[in-house]
Design a protein. Sequence first.
Length: 697
Amino acid sequence: MDVLSFRPLILMALYLAVVLMLALEGAAYTRNWSLMRLHEEGTDRLLGNISLLRSALDQYRYLPFVLTQSREVRGLLRSPGAESSEPVNRYLEQINLVSGSSALMVFDLDGLLRSSSNWRDQRMLLGGSQAEMEYFRQAIAGNEGRQFVHEGVPPRQALYMSAPIYDEQRLIGVAAMRVELDKLREQLPIDYPFIINDIDGERLFSVMMPDRLPEAKSESLSDGAKIQLLTLNGIVYLAQSVVLDDLDWRVSVLSDARIVQQQQRIAAGAIGGGGFALALLFLYLRESRQKKALQLDQARERALSQERQRDMISTAQVGLINVDRSGLIQFINPMAMQQFGVSLELMRNRTVEELLSGGSSELLRETLSNLGTDRFQPLTGAEMVGRRADGTLFPMMVSVRGMTDHPELGYLVTVIDISRRKRLEQALREANESLEHKVIERTRALEEAQAELVQAGKLAALGRMSASVVHELNQPLTALRTYLAICRRQLDNPEQQRENLRQLESLIDRMALITGQLKTFAYRKPEQVGPVPVAQSIDQVLAMFRGRFSEMQLQLDYTPPASGLHLSGDQARFEQVLINLIKNACDAMQPRPGPNRLILHVASDEQNVYLSVADNGPGIAEEHRAQLFEPFFTTKEVGSGLGLGLAIVQSIVRDLGGDILATNRAEGGACFELRLKRFDSSSAGEQQPTGNGQEVI
C-alpha cells in the first residue's frame, strides 16, 4: 500500500489531536472564567457580610456614650459612697434591657467596678480591677475602647466597648458595654463558611468552619486577580478575606468551587462532542459530494445528447416574444405564456400591444411604429404595465431589439416580471417613512427625558443639601430644648443655670458654624486681592491646632518659608483653606493607632507659590476620587459635618486663580497640593497684606 492510502487515517489522527487540544484549552478557559465569576460573587458576599457586621455593632456602639452623659453616673463617680450605687444600678439595668446588650458597667479611674446592670446576679459581676484591660486603657487615654475577651467557665467570647466619662473636662471614670458574640452571630444570617480573626490571627468567631483550616494555594487569574484555593473535607473552596482597619479584624468567607469543576467538565465535553459531531458531518458531506459529483456526470452526459433538441428560446428564464416588421406576434416562449396567461395559438399574428395596458404603453407604441424603418431605436429596460388574459395587471420591464444575426426573423421583445422588486421598493419606502416617524418620536422622548434628568439632578442636589442641613441642625435644636427645660426647673439654682447657659452658648456656636459653612460655600470671589504673608498665615493656623496636635501626639514636619514670601489673595480665605485641609488630615488620622504625622511643605518660583498638606492616614479611596470636591459629599459619619470643607477649599483656590490636586502618597496617606499666584509687588504697587475677609470656619 502507498502513502496516499494512509492519508485519511493521518488526517483523522491530526483532527483528533486538534480536538483534544481545543478541549483542554476550553476547559482551562472555562475554569479561569468560572473562578473570576466566583471571585466576584465572593467579593460581593464578603462586602455584604461586612455591612451586616457593622450594622450589628452599631446597635451597641452608642451605649457607652449614653452612660457618659448621665448625671447619676457622674454623681456616683464623684461620691465614692456605696449607698449611691443602687439608683445607678437600676438605671443601667433598664438601659441594658432595652438595648439587648449583655451588661453595662461603670468603672472608676482605678478600674474598679462601681455600678453594673447585672447587680442582681453576683456571678456576672467582674471580680477585680480592669485597669490592665485594653478597652479600659483606651478609654482612659480619651479614646473609644474595643476588645474581645474570653471569659467564664466554659470560656465564652464577648466584645467590650468603652468610653471615657468626663465631669467638667476632668476624667472621672470609664463607661463600658459587654455583648456576647453569640448575640452578634444571631444577627448575621449566614449559611456558608464564615470566620472573623483579629489582626494577630486569633479566631474571634466563625460559622460552619472547622477548628483548623488547611493551607491555601495561591493562583493568578487572567484578569490579574490573586485567589486562594483550599481543600476542606474533599471539597475545593475559594477563600477571600479583607482587613477592617478601624476594628483590626480580618473577615473571611469560603465559596464552594465545585461548580467550577462541573463547568470545566461540561466545557471539555461540549468541545469534544462538538468535534466528534463535526467529524461525522464532514464524512457525511464528503460522501454526499462524491454522490452528487457522480450524479452531475450522468446528467451532463444526458444534456449533451439532448442539447441539439432544445430550443434556446423555450428554455429562457425571461419572457421572449418574436414579432415581425409589422409588430405581429410570431412566437412566444413558455415563460411569456406563463407571465401573461396565454397560449401561442391564441396570440399568433396578434399585436403585442394587446398584452399591455392603455396609457403606460406609449413608449412601446412609438418603438413598434418605427419597426422596419431607419427611425427604429432599440428599447432597453423600459418599465411598463402588462395585462394578463384574466384582465389583471402587473409591472414589467420591456426591451425591444432587432435580431441582427437573422434579420429575416424580425425583432425580439424581452419581458421581465418585476412585481417582486416593486413590492420590495414599496416595503422599503414604508420602512423609511416609519423609521423617520420613529426617529422623530424618539428624539422628542429623549429631549423630554433630558429635561426630566436635569430637573431630577437639581432636586437631588437640593435634597442632599436639605437633608444634611436638617440633620446637622436637628441635634443642636433638640439639645437646646432640653437645656431650656432644665433651666425652667433650675431657676433657683444659679450655679446650675450658668452651666446650662454655657452649654446653650456652645450649641448656638455649633449652629452658627453650620450656617457659616453654607454662607462660605456661597461666598463670591473678592473683587480686590492683596499680598498675603504665607509664613504668618501658616503660623496663625498652626497655633489654632496646637491643642489638638498635643492631644493626638502628632508630629509636625514643617519648615517655615522666607518671611518675605507673599501670595496674591486675602488672608482670611487663605487661612480658611489651611484650616479645612489640616482639620481633614487630623480627622483622617484620628482613629488609627500609632504615631500621627502631618507634613507641610512650601515652595515657590517667580510666578507661583506651592503648598502641600500631607498625612499618614488611610488615604483617599479610589471610588471617592470623582466626588471628593462635590458639595455635601462626605465619608464621615452622619452628624460629623456637611461635606462642604473640600468644596469650599476648591472654590476659594479657583477664585484666587490657582488649582488643587488630591493624591495618595506612596508611603501611605493623602496629600493635597495647591498652586496659588505669587504676589508681584512691582506690578501691583505698594499694598499692605490683606487680613479682612469672611469669617473663618
